[in-house]
Design a protein around this ligand. Structure first.
Ligand code: C2O
Ligand code: CU
Ligand code: CU
Length: 558
């Protein structure tokens, strides 16, 4: 399909459905569509090698820009956003969400070859950036390592084949120290992969397949995004604990209501918040039917009273509204939980008394930096669903969804002696095995062999003696470059209360790339390092922690 045809089709689609908005437009800064390389070809890189002549199924230009969007009545909100345009291939591969700071959803089929020309057009000349494809299994130079960040005005060319199974992946910036701020300003989008196995599963599609990106944000009285304003002063708490916004925004909208018909929906939930963890449940107690996790469909649906969704994680629900009446309204809540923000010295692990404004840390007030933001674990409304139309439904919940082809613990080269990673705070700095991020730094303990299966154990330790956080806090942990399995969880008995308040919401029957570690919890994951050598990062996906250095490299060697 030529650019012209696909462009025209896409615009027609816009006119007909009115659901999609074209955010692309001006791409003059990218210049030629044949893709000049913004990066020198690095050894082992996929991009440099083939050059512009490599045939691809889809070529997209994406730029990060500053713009304004209406979030509230009155003044528009200044945001940073990804704008995308299909240069070659199916124009429907880029679906913008209307009137939001969120980037478009990119939809691809497994097996497709994709080229992305990413141009950094963020304001000023200092704001480096790079796109990371969260959850995808890619060569190192395609993954968006912080060392590949480019300055404003520059273009980075990605070229890769999508080898991952169908699932809800996403993309966001990953520059050194600036990921949290850039995501907060609006830079994030979905990367949705489809495949034949998924198509055969018989799930709701089209308008009944709805992405829901959950974030929390604070706004000032002029409707502008408010973030950590005084990092050396009162904002220090927000850097150490993570930024919590005052209100929930869904798909970039405040007070989001999803209009539905009396049908079954596939809801793809992404926790795109910087640090807020959700414990999602319907207010009326209806259980959740989970069909997918970070790395795609489960083998079979799983029923949950609630689902715990930490930053970076995705969950897919089979949401059946067919028994509802027109006019019904449902509320998806984040239910109360405890212990995620550690516990005050001498505390019981119950954070009931700790509000965002003025945390009481063993008698020491941490200031009012967090304003009116609900505390981590405080109950809150996430979104509403309103049943608006009667429509017949024939879909039945499939008994089987997919085949997972899991690895076996037995095959791990270190099955009796897992590689161990301690998450700690030392002198008010979060660390992984006593280290923080170094651009090219990687230790022996972080070096693995290609084509091996390994067991890694993460231990969320308490921090006795650390005034600000003696009991640790929850860390959503993410490993780049692959999907893995969570194979074991346990908790220190003295911190079991907080853990008990979220653990039934863990969904670990599927492939994962991010998992939550509550304080005192230890989690074993099983990883297989296939196909790609090189250096990838692993980090806490509490983005304030990540940007403050709670990140390391691991290296896969031949
Ligand atoms: Cu979404 Cu390095 O992560
Ligand atoms: Cu990632
Ligand atoms: Cu963390």
């Amino acid at each position: 399909m030529s650019n012209l045809t696909s462009r025209r089709d896409f615009l027609r689609l816009l006119g007909v459905s009115g659901l999609l908005t074209f955010t692309g437009g001006v791409l003059s800064a990218c210049g030629a569509q044949t893709g000049q390389k913004g990066v020198p070809a690095a050894p082992g890189a996929g991009a440099g090698a083939g050059g512009a002549s490599t045939p691809v199924d889809l070529e997209i230009a994406i730029k990060s820009v500053q713009t304004e969007v209406p979030i509230f009545t009155g003044k528009p909100t200044r945001v940073w956003t990804y704008q995308a345009q299909v240069l070659k291939g199916d124009a429907a591969s880029v679906q913008a969400l209307p009137d939001t700071y969120l980037g478009p959803a990119i939809r691809v089929r497994k097996g497709q070859r994709v080229r992305v020309q990413y141009t950094n057009e963020l304001p000023g000349n200092a704001e480096q950036s790079i796109i990371h494809w969260h959850g995808l299994h890619l060569p190192e130079r395609m993954d968006g390592h912080p060392r590949d960040a480019i300055a404003p005005g520059k273009t980075y060319t990605y070229e890769f084949q999508v080898t991952d199974r169908a699932g809800t992946y996403w993309f966001h910036p990953h520059p050194h120290e600036r990921t949290a701020a850039q995501v907060y300003m609006g830079l994030a989008g979905l990367f949705i992969v489809t495949d034949e196995e998924e198509a055969a599963a018989g799930l709701p599609a089209g308008a009944y397949d709805v992405p829901l990106i959950l974030q929390d944000r604070s706004f000032d009285k002029d409707n502008q995004l408010a973030y950590i304003s005084d990092p050396m002063g009162s904002g220090m708490t927000q850097i150490m604990m993570g930024f919590l916004g005052e209100r929930i925004v869904v798909n970039g909208k405040a007070d989001f209501t999803l209009p539905v018909a009396t049908r079954v929906y596939r809801l793809r939930l992404l926790n795109g918040s910087n640090s807020r963890i959700y414990k999602l449940g319907w207010a009326d107690g209806t259980p959740l039917t989970v069909v997918g996790t970070d790395g795609g469909l489960l083998e079979k649906p799983v029923q949950k009273k609630y689902v715990t969704l930490a930053p970076g994680e995705r969950i897919e629900l089979w949401a059946d509204f067919s028994g509802r009446k027109v006019g019904d309204e449902l509320t998806l809540r984040s239910l109360e939980f405890s212990g995620a923000e550690g516990a005050a010295a001498g505390g019981s692990g119950n954070m009931g008394g700790m509000s965002g404004s003025g945390m009481n840390m063993g008698g020491m007030s941490m200031g009012a930096a967090a304003g009116q933001a609900p505390a981590l674990g405080a109950p809150l409304t996430v979104l509403k669903v309103r049943v608006e139309r009667q429509e017949p439904e024939t879909l039945k919940l499939p008994a089987r969804l997919s085949q997972l082809n899991f690895n076996r613990v037995y095959d791990a080269v270190n099955r009796d002696n897992p590689r161990s990673f301690a998450l700690t705070m030392r002198n008010m700095v979060w660390k992984i095995n006593d280290r923080t991020f170094e651009m090219d730094g990687v230790t022996e303990g972080e070096t693995v062999k290609l084509n091996t299966t390994e067991l890694w154990e993460f231990v969320n330790q308490t921090n006795p003696g650390e005034m600000t956080d003696p009991m640790g806090m929850a860390h959503p942990f993410h490993i780049h470059g692959l999907q893995f399995q969570v194979v074991d969880r346990r908790v220190m008995p003295e911190l079991a209360a907080g853990w008990e308040s979220v653990r039934e919401g863990y969904v670990e029957e599927g492939w994962k790339d991010t998992f939550l570690l509550m304080p005192g919890e230890r989690v074993k994951v099983l990883l297989r390092f296939a196909d790609h050598t090189g250096m990838f990062v692993y980090h806490c996906h509490n983005l304030e922690h990540e940007s403050a250095g709670m990140m390391r490299n691991y290296r896969v060697t031949a």
